[in-house]
Ligand binder design. Structure first.
Ligand SMILES: C[S@@+](CC[C@H](N)C(=O)[O-])C[C@H]1O[C@@H](n2cnc3c(N)ncnc32)[C@H](O)[C@@H]1O
Length: 260
């Protein structure tokens, strides 16, 4: 039995874990309601396997650079984007990206900040690399987002219903909206706005496809806090509640935008 406590983003075993989906059209609509990406220079910090770096390129950005502290993730992102122009990846920390000052029009940070000890250093770095007037977009789940109940389209709620200790881990690592907004102000941002988004994570055409995704803990760092027997139990719990395929899985996110 393998007992895991936290995801190791650098481990070879996590190859592909943040590279195997595509961004949903609803996400793209949410981004273009905030900024016009056409011709812009974008940095995707904590880019993982580059799903969203590629999405920004598809939305018309002129130049997208994905930054991640994990060599494994950067390699995944490069593999995924072979042959796509205007898209590059580099290894770097969210608080020290190595990007030139005032070199980006948009900085995007999705599902990054809950992995950091605090948001301020990453936000200060985003402010440094943005041109004056450039936009930072942060997407993450707050405690209020993660506490929403389980439902056939919101499978994550069932994770916490079945294993309440996961909810303590999750709410403990997720900053509140107030914390994020304060850190943005401290880093020098203004015109701070927030909104919520139910983003389609993935559509499964069979229950087996969903079970394979859950078994591999793909892109779900919280499941690394369950051992294999518990994960098996959770999958049975979800199977007993899920409707007929297709299964459209959604998560609720909070999206903050701020101007440098
Ligand atoms: C949950 S994944 C999200 C990946 C991607 N943004 C997405 O939404 O698909 C978090 C990513 O942040 C990266 N990360 C965590 N801490 C970091 C840090 N201090 N600096 C840079 N990247 C970091 C991890 O390696 C991982 O790829």
């Amino acid at each position: 039995m393998v007992v895991m406590t936290a995801i190791d983003f650098h481990a070879e075993s996590n190859r592909g874990t943040y590279a195997r989906r595509a961004a949903d059209i609803g996400w793209a609509d949410a981004m273009t309601a905030i900024v016009d990406p056409a011709g812009k220079r974008v940095a995707d910090i904590g880019c993982g396997g580059g799903i969203y770096s590629q999405a920004w390129q598809t939305l018309g950005a002129a130049d997208v650079v994905g930054v991640d502290f994990s060599a494994r993730m950067v390699a995944d992102a490069r593999e995924r984007s072979v042959g796509i122009s205007g898209l590059a990846f580099r290894q770097g920390d969210a608080a020290a990206t190595g990007l030139a000052p005032a070199s980006r029009d948009i900085v995007f940070e999705r599902a990054l900040i809950h992995h950091l000890p605090g948001c301020e250093p990453a936000f200060a770095e985003a402010h440094r690399v943005l041109v004056p007037g450039g936009r930072l977009i942060v997407q993450d789940r707050t405690p209020a987002d993660v506490e929403l109940p389980g439902a056939p389209e919101h499978l994550r709620g069932w994770f916490f219903e079945r294993f309440p200790r996961l909810l303590s881990i999750e709410t403990g690592r997720r900053p509140s909206s107030e914390t994020v907004e304060k850190a943005l102000l401290m880093a020098g941002f203004h015109a701070i706005e927030s909104r919520t988004l139910w983003e389609v994570r993935r559509t499964y055409t069979t229950v087996e496809e969903l079970e394979r995704d859950l078994s591999a803990r793909t892109g779900r760092s919280i499941l690394h806090a369950l051992d294999d027997a518990e994960l098996h139990d959770l999958i049975a719990y979800i199977r007993a509640r899920i409707g007929a395929p297709p299964i459209v899985e959604k998560d609720r996110w909070t999206i903050w935008s701020a101007t440098a």
